[in-house]
Ligand binder design. Structure first.
Ligand code: URP
Ligand code: ZN
Ligand code: ZN
Length: 464
C-alpha cells in the first residue's frame, strides 16, 4: 500500500483543533507536523483543503445478524461494515449472545466466524445470558485470553436474554475483580411484560402500544437498581442506550458521588420522539425499538447531558429489520415486531448536523463521543480513537459542506426502511482511510484492500 500525505486539512481531536499535515505509512499514523516531507517518491498526496480530519469513529453498540423470531437483523457483518465505512465508522463492537447453557467461549468462536467477512475491525461484548458453575471462570478467560473487556447484561427481554437480579449481581461481582466493565440494557422486564400482555388482551395491538408498554419509569427504575448493585459490588458499569430524562438524573447523581457509572445514548433518542406515533399505521413498526422513543423534553435533557459530560458516548444500537418480511410479522400483535432499527451509516452526519452545527456540542466533543471515549472505555485506545503517531491510520477526511437527504432508496444499509428518512444532513466523509487503505472516496466503497480483524482489547480507561 502507498504512503499517504494529507495536506491543508484541519485536524480535530477530542482535545484540540489544529492545522497540520499528516503522514500515513504501513497502515499507521507516522507523522503529524506543520510541514512533512513525503517519505518516498511514491507517496500519494491528498489535498484536504476545507476539510476536517477526524479519527475513524468507533461504534460501541451494534447488532449485525442478530437472531430474532422474525429472522436475523438485516445487516450482516459485510453489509453492515460497508454502511459503517460510508458514514465514517472504522471499528465496531458487536455482541456474543450465548444460548442458555452454552459455553461463552464456544459462542465466541462461532461469532468470530460470523464476523469473518467484516470489512472493518471488530470486537465483541460478551453477554452472560445465563449463569452456571463455569461462568466465573469463563469470564476470566474472556478477559485474560480473548481481550474482551466488557460484559453486556439485559434487565429486559424477560425469558429470552434477560437475567435476574441475583445473576446480574454475580456478573458484576466477577467482572469487577478484573477491572473490566459491565454494560447494561436497563429496563424493568417484569413490568414491561405485564403491560404488553395487558394491551394485547385489550385488543391494543398496533405499534404505538410498544411505547405505551415501556414508559420512562421502566427504564429509570432499572437504571437506579443497576447503579445500586454497582455501588455495593464496586463494579464499574456502562448503561447502554439511555433514553429517559429520569435516568439521566439518576446517573448524574451517581457520578456526583464518584461512582464509576458511564452512559451511552443513541442518535434516535436525540432526534426522534413519540410524536412519530401520532398517526396509527403499521409503517410505524420501523420505530419499534427498545427502550422506546421518548418525548421532546427527554431529547433536550439528553443533549445537555452530553454537553455536560454525563453521557460519554453515542452508539447506534444498529439493529435493522425490514418492514416487509420481518417487522410485518407483528402486523396483528406489536409484541411480535422485532425490536431495532438501523443507524450505523448516519451517526456522524446526523450528530455533526444536529449537534455541532447547532452548537449543542463542540466539534471536539463530537470526536470524543464517537471515537475517543469509546476507544478509552472499551480498551482500544492503544490502537484507535485518536489522531496520534503510532495509532492505526483510521482517518476520516470530512467535507463539512456536503449536503444529503437520508433515504432508504440510496443508503448502504441492507434494509427497506430508515428511521431518518427525509432528514437533511450537512457534512459527510470525502475519504475514509482504514489501516492506511482508502476505503471510501467520492461516495464509493473500495473493498479490495479491506479485511476486518478481531480486536483484542485491553485496559479500559474508566474516567468520565
Ligand atoms: O430495539 C433494540 N434496541 N434492539 C436491539 C437489542 C437491544 O436491546 O439493544
Ligand atoms: Zn438493548
Ligand atoms: Zn443493542
Amino acid at each position: 500500500m502507498p504512503d499517504y500525505l494529507i495536506k491543508n486539512g484541519t485536524i480535530v481531536s477530542s482535545e484540540k483543533t489544529f492545522d497540520n499535515e499528516l503522514l500515513i505509512s504501513n497502515g499507521k499514523i507516522k507523522a503529524i507536523d506543520k510541514e512533512i516531507k513525503a517519505s518516498n517518491s511514491s507517496t500519494k498526496i491528498i489535498d484536504a483543503k476545507g476539510m476536517y480530519i477526524f479519527p475513524g469513529a468507533i461504534d460501541p453498540h451494534v447488532h449485525m445478524s442478530l437472531p430474532s423470531p422474525a429472522g436475523k437483523s438485516s445487516d450482516d457483518f459485510l453489509s453492515g461494515s460497508i454502511a459503517a465505512i460510508a458514514g465514517g465508522t472504522t471499528s465496531l463492537i458487536d455482541f456474543v449472545t450465548p444460548e442458555k447453557g452454552e459455553s461463552y467461549l464456544v459462542a465466541l468462536e462461532k461469532r468470530k466466524k460470523e464476523a469473518e467477512n467484516c470489512l472493518i475491525d471488530y470486537g465483541f461484548h460478551m453477554s452472560p445470558t445465563w449463569w452456571g458453575e463455569s461462568s466465573a471462570d469463563e469470564i476470566k478467560k474472556c478477559i485474560k485470553d480473548e481481550g474482551i473487556t466488557s460484559f453486556k447484561t439485559y434487565m429486559a427481554y424477560k425469558n429470552v436474554l434477560g437475567i435476574n437480579n441475583e445473576k446480574l449481581i454475580k456478573v458484576m461481582d466477577t467482572v469487577k475483580k478484573y477491572d473490566a466493565l459491565v454494560t447494561i440494557h436497563c429496563e424493568n422486564g417484569d413490568l414491561i411484560e405485564y403491560l404488553r400482555n395487558k394491551f394485547i388482551k385489550e385488543g391494543k395491538i398496533s405499534p404505538k402500544y410498544h411505547i405505551l408498554s415501556r414508559p420512562n419509569e421502566t427504564e429509570a427504575e432499572a437504571v437506579n437498581r443497576a447503579i445500586i448493585f454497582s455501588k455495593y459490588t464496586k463494579c464499574p458499569i456502562y448503561i447502554v442506550h439511555v433514553s429517559a430524562k429520569e435516568s439521566v438524573e439518576i446517573i448524574q447523581k451517581a457520578q456526583n458521588n464518584k461512582q464509576l457509572v458511564f452512559a451511552e445514548t443513541c442518535p434516535h433518542y436525540l432526534l426522534l420522539d413519540d410524536s412519530v406515533f401520532e398517526e396509527d399505521n403499521f409503517e410505524l413498526a420501523k420505530y419499534v425499538l427498545s427502550p422506546a422513543l421518548r418525548k421532546k423534553e427527554d431529547r433536550e435533557v439528553l443533549w445537555k447531558a452530553i454537553k455536560n459530560g454525563n453521557i460519554q458516548t453515542i452508539g447506534t444500537d444498529h439493529c435493522p429489520f425490514n418492514l416487509k418480511g420481518q417487522k410485518d410479522k407483528g402486523k396483528n400483535d406489536f409484541t411480535k415486531i422485532p425490536n431495532g432499527a438501523g443507524g450505523i451509516e448516519h451517526r456522524l452526519s446526523l450528530l455533526f448536523t444536529y449537534g455541532v452545527l447547532t452548537n449543542k456540542i463542540s466539534i471536539n466533543q463530537f470526536v470524543d463521543i464517537v471515537a475517543t471515549k469509546p476507544a478509552k472505555l472499551f480498551g482500544l485506545h492503544h490502537k484507535k480513537g485518536d489522531i496520534k503517531v503510532g495509532l492505526d491510520a483510521d482517518i476520516i477526511i470530512w467535507n463539512p459542506d456536503k449536503e444529503e437527504i437520508i433515504s432508504s432508496k440510496n443508503h448502504f444499509q441492507n434494509c427497506d426502511t430508515n428511521i431518518y428518512e427525509g432528514f437533511k444532513t450537512k457534512g459527510k466523509p470525502e475519504y475514509v482511510i482504514i489501516k492506511g487503505n482508502i476505503a471510501f472516496k467520492n461516495g464509493k466503497i473500495f473493498k479490495e484492500n479491506l479485511k476486518g480483524e478481531y480486536l483484542y482489547r485491553k485496559n479500559n480507561i474508566l474516567s468520565y
